[in-house]
Ligand binder design. Structure first.
Ligand code: DNO
Length: 348
């Protein structure tokens, strides 16, 4: 099967259980990670196998890990990097042994995904994550009370200040260099382990707080793929991350990166102004992206990999982890599966 529909699960502490997820008809597999091991440490085999068993017992596969986080020292390329890269390699080997086929990770300095509002009310009464550039520019990461899911809550104010200081000398070119060093080490290990590495684009795809971000546009995706020209060096094509930049043409990117996208996050967004957006429902007509054209482009290029609905709105009174409720992601999975079935059958 070419499109394997998956669903993100945050492990035993996720109030959305595997029993619920298995009831979404389209979903075949789980995307998860070992969450109780600090970044930069080896994941115990026993935890990995336990997760696999939990998924399999629920009738779901466990072939995609999102994420194995990259330690800041690797992105900084400092003296600790070599030993942390060895740890990373060991995690790849272990996941390969457990049958994992794809690892999603990112190379965003300090902050992962960033939003200014975690619950913006939309016109239909649901709420969703949103980003307003002026609000973000006015925030000081050292004093802000804003707690975002992508922010590592374990940073103390001092720790964060120190980290931001270390990045003072890291411009885009240095970040590229450190990324290349990392890839040259890990990709051969991934090849051997039967794993495809899939870097997640920067979200949003522009620099923030003076920190460099490079996985942002088609030209840079091409550059990335050439750093190590192997099928094991791939991209997580996250339509919602790349799509908020009006100069990014997702369908064009899909053709450009053909064969190098083992994992796709299919999510719609609505561009609401210059560098401003909100996360809309998955349906094409609700946002700025043509989800049909995206699914069709993947199919036309012979896509073979994992997809998942991404952030959902909070609907029907649901509360919980922003972007990761059950209902809207389940609607997304079914809508996307409808598009997939249609493009596949139209070809027969
Ligand atoms: C947000 C996600 C990201 C993603 C990481 C991958 O919901 O898409 O946090 O998991 O960036 O490393």
């Amino acid at each position: 099967m070419s499109f394997k529909m998956t669903f993100r699960w945050y492990g035993e502490n996720d109030k959305i259980t595997l029993d619920y997820i298995r009831q979404i008809p389209a979903v075949q597999g789980i995307v998860s990670a070992i969450y109780d091991v600090p970044v930069g440490e080896v994941w115990p085999m026993e935890n990995i196998l336990k997760m696999k068993k939990q998924c399999n017992d629920a009738g779901l596969t466990f072939e995609v890990v999102e994420s194995v986080p990259v330690h800041e020292d690797i992105k900084l390329g400092n003296a600790n990097a070599p030993k942390l890269i060895e740890v990373y390699k060991e995690n790849i080997r272990r996941l390969g042994k457990a049958g994992v086929k794809c690892i999603c990770y990112n190379f965003m300095p300090v902050f992962d995904w960033l939003r200014s509002n975690l619950a913006k009310e939309l016109t239909d009464g649901s709420n969703a994550l949103a980003y307003d550039h002026a609000t973000v520019l006015s925030m000081n990461p050292l004093t802000s009370e804003l707690s975002l899911p992508g922010w590592d809550a374990s940073y103390t104010k001092e720790g964060l200040k120190d980290l931001l200081n270390q990045y003072k000398d890291i411009d885009e070119e240095k970040l590229w260099k450190n990324m290349e060093t990392f890839l040259k080490e890990i990709i051969p290990v991934a090849e051997e382990a039967g794993i495809k590495m899939a870097i997640h684009p920067d979200d949003p795809p522009w620099g923030i707080f003076g920190l460099p971000r490079v996985i942002t546009c088609e030209e840079n995706l091409k550059r990335f793929l050439k750093l190590v020209d192997s099928p094991a060096n791939g991209i997580t094509l996250c339509t919602g991350s790349l799509g908020v930049s009006s100069t990014n043409d997702i369908v064009h990117m899909i053709h450009t990166c053909k064969g190098r996208m083992p994992f796709v996050h299919l999510r719609n967004i609505k561009i609401t102004g210059d560098h401003c957006f909100e996360e809309s429902g998955h349906l094409s007509s609700k946002g700025s992206l043509d989800m049909y054209a995206i699914v069709k482009a993947l199919h036309d290029d012979g896509f073979d990999g994992y997809v998942r609905p991404d952030h959902g709105r909070m609907i029907w009174g649901e509360t919980g982890r922003p972007g990761y409720g059950l209902y809207d992601r389940a609607l997304g999975a079914m809508y996307l599966q409808g598009l997939i079935e249609a493009v596949e059958k139209a070809d027969k």
